[in-house]
Design a protein around this ligand. Structure first.
Ligand SMILES: Cc1cc2nc3c(=O)[nH]c(=O)nc-3n(C[C@H](O)[C@H](O)[C@H](O)COP(=O)(O)OP(=O)(O)OC[C@H]3O[C@@H](n4cnc5c(N)ncnc54)[C@H](O)[C@@H]3O)c2cc1C
Length: 484
């Protein structure tokens, strides 16, 4: 039996509202007052991020369709990115804000999104008397789409009972299966200069003439491929300019190796350990059996992928300023996004549970060893004689490296997914293959939360692809006659 859901998120949150009616997003109207909102639209889209605006744009290509996008945050401030505080305070990105999140566990993250205060005054507590004639489309991202479902009575029954929200549909997977890429930095100092460097222009006549000739004939300079291929160590600044920082011409190096390349000696042992894991042991106590079954199915897929020589398993991004960011692209740990039992109307509790599956720590240990091996023996970086300090080289046993990993790990690189996963319901899935929520009528999720497992890459491209597919599905629905 399918239920209709009264959508709580639409009515209670402060919001910036965009309507696209009737043409494309380029002629969308920004509505800043509740009184400007019409009483019904074909589709309501909750969330005006990548997926929400992609779907809105596509749907309104046909001027017959009316769409209301409700956006909690605000547009236009490019400084407005997230801030993560790891336990050591090692890295803190710009002082910006994304979501109102309270994170728990040993990897706390604080990310805020203060809505525009005038807008809040206008809209707080004002129920928007707006109806979706055809469909409600959830595009609030992997943190807030599950929150909206849970607040609307669709989610894990025990959680809903604990927060006294009437259960509309018992759907254990909502807010579970939470994944994000995890990352840490390996630090080193370069101790030698390289040749040529910008100073060489002054000290080496042959080199200077060659560079001048290139510039005069083709207006290309010392950073051009012609020069950098011939002199791969060309530097854009020198030890003389800054003794602690060398900017190698090589700029950034990125590699995304499979496990057999990361750890030729241990990959078979690690793959076998993956396969033999007891899935229930690494999920929160009391996890529903459907979620355990889904996790077991994922472990099986991951165990196959980890053996493959063609599957990017981890990422190593070496920067010329003395650090290499290493990232686990396929973490095994699974977190949760659940309503706060002591404040269900507030922001959800984000529990990354990073490294709750110890295999994730073991993989990082191998990746640090690869970074040390690679940087000390290969390519451009070797020529600059890196001396590692973070972790220091005397931190070398599995145990010591593992402890270091857990003390510095960033639980997110802002790629949250999985919390409304497209999987079979009996495996803890939330949406089926047309992105419609199980057991609910006309509620679709179109954002990163539907991805059941992390991809070995940044997430936005896939989110665009999901949103394009969703738009196709919804356009098909809108064309059908007789639905209202
Ligand atoms: C700082 C940062 C850097 C990134 N860099 C990259 C990168 O370089 N490459 C890459 O591929 N990916 C990157 N990503 C990831 C990428 O941005 C996400 O994968 C993508 O935005 C997810 O799209 P989405 O539609 O699921 O969610 P979002 O784009 O996050 O959109 C969700 C929207 O919903 C709104 N919202 C939330 N709750 C509500 C509510 N209750 N009511 C109404 N609106 C609500 C939010 O304000 C937000 O605008 C980055 C992310 C961040 C935060």
């Amino acid at each position: 039996m399918k239920h209709s859901v009264a959508f709580f998120a639409v009515q209670t949150i402060p919001a910036l509202i965009v309507t696209a009616t009737p043409a494309s997003v380029f002629s969308a109207q920004h509505l800043t007052r509740a009184t400007d909102v019409a009483h019904s639209y074909d589709c309501l889209i909750i969330g005006g991020g990548i997926s929400g605006l992609t779907v809105a744009d596509r749907l309104t290509e046909d001027p017959k369709h009316t769409v209301l996008v409700i956006e909690y945050g605000y547009f236009g401030n490019l400084e407005d990115i997230g801030t993560v505080y790891p336990p050591t305070g090692l890295r803190k990105s710009s002082p910006a804000h994304l979501y109102n999140i309270t994170a728990v566990g040993k990897y706390p993250a604080k990310v805020f999104s203060p809505p525009d205060s005038n807008l809040v005054k206008q809209l707080v507590g004002v129920p928007l008397p707006v109806k979706a004639k055809k469909e409600i489309i959830l595009a609030a991202g992997a943190i807030h789409s599950p929150q909206a479902l849970q607040r609307s009575g669709v989610g894990p029954k025990t959680l809903l009972e604990a927060v006294k929200i009437p259960v509309v549909v018992s759907l254990p997977g909502v807010g579970q299966n939470f994944q994000d890429h995890t990352s840490l930095n390996v630090g080193y100092n370069f101790t030698t200069n390289a040749w040529p460097n910008p100073n060489t222009l002054k000290t080496n006549e042959t080199y200077r003439l060659e560079v001048d000739a290139l510039w005069n004939s083709r207006k290309i300079g010392i950073t051009s491929p012609e020069i950098s291929l011939k002199y791969p160590l060309m530097l854009t600044t020198t030890l003389e300019l800054d003794r602690s920082i060398l900017h190698a011409r090589a700029h950034e190096q990125l590699c995304i190796p499979p496990l057999p390349r990361i750890s030729p000696n241990k990959s078979e042992e690690l793959a076998t350990a993956y396969k033999n894991q007891d899935p229930a042991a690494y999920l929160p106590i009391g996890t529903d059996k459907s979620i355990i079954a889904g996790y077991k199915a994922q472990l099986k897929l991951l165990a196959a992928g980890i053996r493959s020589k063609d599957t990017a398993w981890m990422q190593m991004a070496s920067s010329p300023i003395g650090s290499t960011a290493v990232t686990n692209l396929h973490p095994l740990s699974r977190g949760t996004i659940n309503l706060n039992v002591s404040d269900p109307a507030g922001e959800p509790i984000v529990d990354f549970r990073a490294t709750s599956n110890p295999m994730d720590t073991r993989l990082f240990v191998e990746l640090i060893r690869l970074a040390r091996r690679y940087l000390a023996t290969q390519g451009v970086m070797k020529e600059l004689s890196p001396v590692f300090f973070n972790p220091p080289l005397n931190v070398s046993s599995d145990e010591d490296l593992g402890a270091w990993v857990e003390s510095v790990l960033l639980p997110t690189v802002y790629h949250p997914i999985g919390t409304c996963a497209m999987m079979p319901r009996e495996l803890g899935g939330v949406v089926h293959d047309e992105l419609l929520v199980y057991g609910v009528e006309r509620v679709r999720v179109v954002d990163a939360s539907v991805m059941p497992m992390l991809i070995g890459a940044n997430t936005s491209q896939t989110v665009y692809a999901v949103a394009e597919k969703a738009a196709d599905l919804i356009r098909g629905l809108l064309k059908k006659k007789g639905r209202s």
